[in-house]
Design a protein around this ligand. Structure first.
Ligand SMILES: Nc1ncnc2c1ncn2[C@@H]1O[C@H](COP(=O)(O)OP(=O)(O)OP(=O)(O)O)[C@@H](O)[C@H]1O
Ligand SMILES: [Mg+2]
Length: 360
């Protein structure tokens, strides 16, 4: 059988970049496709610059092409290009259908599940998720923290704690992290520095296990740290888990604020109530003179929340101790509860608790 452009396209439609909502053809990532006899050469571009993702896409694309009838040689070139303004996931999610929380019976013991999300990467979701969980736990609530960032887990580092234990039936016990929060993260299971390679169905399975096979026990609030953007993990979780609501994290820069709007639009489409907006890395207070500098502009988060008609949950200042604490398993709420940043997190936690309670 001779190879056609069509069959190659069809094969590549089975490949999706990690974190992306649509396959590489739909997302317009396949830039060149040459067929010469039984040899195929394709060029794929990946916005965002994650070499581990490039390897995954290269491996997957090579595999589907080699499986194709008539292909003897498949040459796949994956090039990383600069990210499009902020967004990591190249394509918009295919949402629209009502969500159907099929995993609802697996999370019966959990009263409220709150997702922490952002349109743009690196704005501080994991930091907010960890500190929010700890602040809620200090309010005598039973709190769990699920690291939903399967491709790039970080809660093993932020929250500390050992390895999770499993019983004979395969059920997994979450780690009791310092501060009284039950934590589950793929990073607690995997060896450090190993790239995570989940293909579509396996990814679903991994998420389902995290939700269903972990013995969470009775939990008041489960905080879910989501990967950036609106990719397949975010959509899978929002569709299948009965979310009480989502907290959107942004920084004051315009690009982040634009992406926060995209995140809001996605949650609205998915029927997940948005509990409000957190502005992180809001300002810097000079430790010696006390002067406050709004490095990225003043009041952008609050204004955006007002324009979007969602509550503004609080502004968290830039604090170098957030970085060191996040790297050593001591989030600022625990390490320096009297700091302005920790106080901001306590305020945010109070509003989140009130919001989920008033909704349930
Ligand atoms: N308020 C803050 N002050 C200083 N540093 C901060 C603050 N918030 C977050 N950071 C630092 O910024 C970096 C990114 O934060 P974090 O990992 O929480 O972001 P993220 O949105 O979860 O990223 P990703 O999209 O990669 O998951 C970390 O090094 C963190 O310590
Ligand atoms: Mg993160």
């Amino acid at each position: 059988m001779s190879l056609s452009q069509e069959s190659v396209t069809e094969a590549l439609e089975r490949v999706t970049a990690p974190g992306a909502a649509a396959n590489i053809i739909e997302s317009g990532l396949v830039r060149q496709m040459e067929i010469e006899g039984s040899a195929v050469r394709v060029l794929i571009t990946l916005p965002g610059g994650n070499p581990a993702h490039a390897d995954i896409v290269r491996g997957e694309a090579t595999r589907v092409l080699q499986e194709l009838d008539g292909v003897e040689k498949a040459l796949v070139d994956v090039r990383i290009i600069a990210a499009r303004s902020g967004a990591q996931a190249p394509a918009q999610p295919q949402v629209g259908s009502q969500r159907n929380p099929v995993w609802a019976d697996r999370v019966k013991g959990i009263k409220h599940i709150v997702a922490v999300a952002s349109g743009k990467g690196g704005v501080g979701k994991s930091t907010v998720a960890a500190n929010l969980a700890l602040a809620l736990a200090q309010d005598n609530r039973s709190v769990a923290l699920l690291d939903g960032d399967i491709y790039g887990p970080s809660q093993q580092m932020m929250m500390g704690g050992g390895r999770p234990l499993a019983d004979e039936s395969g059920k997994i016990y979450p780690v009791d992290a310092p501060g009284g929060v039950k934590v589950m993260s793929l990073g607690l299971i995997m060896e450090a520095d190993q790239p995570v390679i989940w293909r579509g169905p396996l990814l679903m399975k991994a998420l389902e296990q995290f939700i269903g096979d972990v013995l969470w026990g009775e939990v008041d609030e489960m905080i879910v740290d989501l990967p950036p953007g609106t990719g397949d993990i975010v959509i899978t979780l929002c569709q299948n888990v009965p979310m009480a609501g989502a907290v959107i994290v942004t920084t004051p820069q315009d690009v982040a604020l634009i992406d926060a709007r995209k995140a809001l639009a996605m949650f609205q489409k998915m029927d997940v109530p948005v509990l409000g907006l957190v502005e992180n890395m809001s300002f810097f207070r000079c430790p010696s003179c006390g002067h406050i500098e709004h490095i990225f502009g003043d009041g952008g988060g609050k204004r955006t929340a007002e324009q979007l008609g969602i509550p503004f949950l609080g502004a968290v200042p830039i604090d170098p101790e957030i970085v060191s604490g996040g790297d050593t398993g001591k989030p600022i709420v625990m390490a320096r509860p009297d700091s302005a940043a920790a106080q901001a997190f306590f305020g945010i936690a109070k509003k989140v608790a009130e919001a989920v309670e008033s909704r349930s």
